[in-house]
Ligand binder design. Sequence first.
Ligand code: ADP
Ligand code: MG
Length: 267
Amino acid sequence: MNQTPSTPAKIELGHVTHLYLSATRAFMAVRDINLRVEEGEFICLVGPSGCGKTTLLSIMAGLERPTAGKVLIDGNPVSGTSRQVGYMLQQDYLFNWRSIEDNVFLGLDIQGLRTKENEAYALHLLEEMELIDVRKSSPMQLSGGMRQRVALVRTLACQPDVLLLDEPFSALDYQTKLKLEDLIFTTLRRHKKTAVLVTHDLSESIAMGDRVYVLSRNPGRINSEVHIPAHIRNAIPFDARNQDGFQDLFHHVWKEMEVVSDAAKGH
Ligand code: ADP
Ligand code: MG
C-alpha cells in the first residue's frame, strides 16, 4: 500500500525481436533482447558485424519499430523519434556549404527548438569542445576529430537525455580517437546523460562503459554481460586502460567475442 513505485529505467527493452521483411523473405536481425539502462549509465554493445547493434540503436531511437517486444524510455513506449534521444553516427553528416555554427543550429531547426536561449547553449557547447574559434569555418577545413566534435555538439544542442553512439570513433586515427573518448566521456558525465555506445574496439568498450554487452549473431542475441568494476568505470578512458584488472577484463571480453565469432561461423 505505502510502497513507492520504483522509478522506471531510462531505457528498457523487453523481449525485443526484429525482423527485416523483403518481398521474398523475412530476416531475423535480433531476437528476444532484454536490456535495462538506468539514468546516467553508460553501456556498450560489442559483437561481430551483423549481430544487430545498429538495429538495436535504431529501435531505441524510434527509427525502427520492433516486430515484437517493448521499448520504453522513462517508462513510456517509444513511438517515433523524439528530442529526448540523440543519435550520433560514424559518419558526421555535416553540410560543407554551411558554417560550423549553422550545422549545429540545423539540429535545433529540425527539432523546432531554435530559440535565442538554445543558440546560446549550443555556442557554450562549441566553447566547451574548443570549437568556438572555428564556428564560422566550413566543415571542409576541419579534421575528422573536429568534425565528430561538431556532430556531438549538434546532437547535444537539442539537450537529449539519452545518447546513442554508433561507432563514432571508428573513422578516426588512434590518438584522435583516444582524445575524443575522454572528451565524450567527461562531457556526458558532466551533463548526466545516459548513453549507449556501439563499438568494435573491445578496449574502448571497457574503458568507457559501466557494462559491456557481447552480442552473437544470426539472430542477434545478448551472449553475455560484463560489469566493469568501479575503479575502472570511474576513471577517464585513457587512465582506465592503465588500471589494475583492465587486461584481465580485456581477455575476458576477448574470449566472449571468440565464442560468438565461432558460433557465427557454425563451429
Ligand atoms: P551491426 O550493426 O551489428 O553490424 P545491423 O543491425 O546493421 O548489424 O544488421 C543486423 C542484421 O540485419 C544484418 O544481417 C544485416 O544484414 C540485416 N539488416 C540490417 N538492416 C537491414 C535492412 N534494412 N533490411 C534487411 N536486412 C537488414
Ligand atoms: Mg552497425
